[in-house]
Write a protein that binds this ligand. Sequence first.
Ligand code: C2E
Ligand code: MG
Ligand code: MG
Ligand code: MG
Length: 278
Amino acid sequence: YQVKINGKAHYLIYDDNDEKITRKLLLEQSIGSALDHNELLLHYQSQVDASSGKVVGVEALLRWKHPQLGWIAPLEFIPVAEDTGSILSIGRWVLLEACRQAKTWADQGHFIKMGVNLSPRQFQQGNLVDTVAEVLQETGLDPAYLDLEITESIAMSHIHNVIPQLHALKHLGVSISIDDFGTGYSSLSYLASFPIDKLKIAREFISKINEKDSHSIIASIINLAYGLNLNVIAEGVEDCQQADILKGIDCYEMQGYLFSKPVIAAEIEKTFQQDHLH
Ligand code: C2E
Ligand code: MG
Ligand code: MG
Ligand code: MG
């Protein structure tokens, strides 16, 4: 296809699209074997208690190095893994790998909470609770050190018995966080009845904390969290000024580039002993 506008050929638009489609097909074809080919790994990003300056948790973030295309961002490949169903085996592997790592750290005296992201597909499959129980059993990790991150849309979806599954997960002794809080559409009245432990304030508000509206939203989320007896953590904290403002409105748990980018286990370990006071 080639279209001419003002005498210029505009076939590039079509080539561009073809390229995107080819790339998507390639990802779809290769995501299924990524695990067996050892192309997946976890990076970890620290979560800091800014009042003590200590690392209190880490979030496990999945990485994929494709043999031809190189590093692929999770925002690109997670949806592909969800579409193809690979997210189920990958999600189990993430849980196992992350819990193994947290157990290793605990055995070394580093009692660090491990955050693991869950996909809606894992709730749809129906055996998530068993999977988590098996992984805890297999790794020997104290469930108190596993935090499962779900999105607002997972929490609010009434299909697939999400709420009973959350209760069953809580019964195992793990905690539940709501990721990217404020970007979805949680009903506040439902929120109070959910078996959740923590709200993670979305980065998009933190990055605009200097703007009046974002500041108000952040302050409201913090009040809401404390009012409902939930913990709260700010995501995407990039500078000291943001950290200071957050401390000023009683938000002390923070995650973001200010403290550490997501890095391999051996790198994040180095931050456990450090003071992160700003
Ligand atoms: P998320 O769970 O909200 O993770 C936080 C994302 O923000 C990560 O992106 C992290 O690298 C990035 N980030 C953290 N601090 C900062 C900061 O200070 N500034 C900026 N600009 N960015 C920051 P990443 O690793 O690309 O992951 C993107 C999303 O992919 C995650 O968002 C999560 O929804 C999803 N994801 C990652 N790993 C997994 C996984 O194992 N399973 C599932 N289901 N989803 C995953
Ligand atoms: Mg997350
Ligand atoms: Mg998030
Ligand atoms: Mg997210």
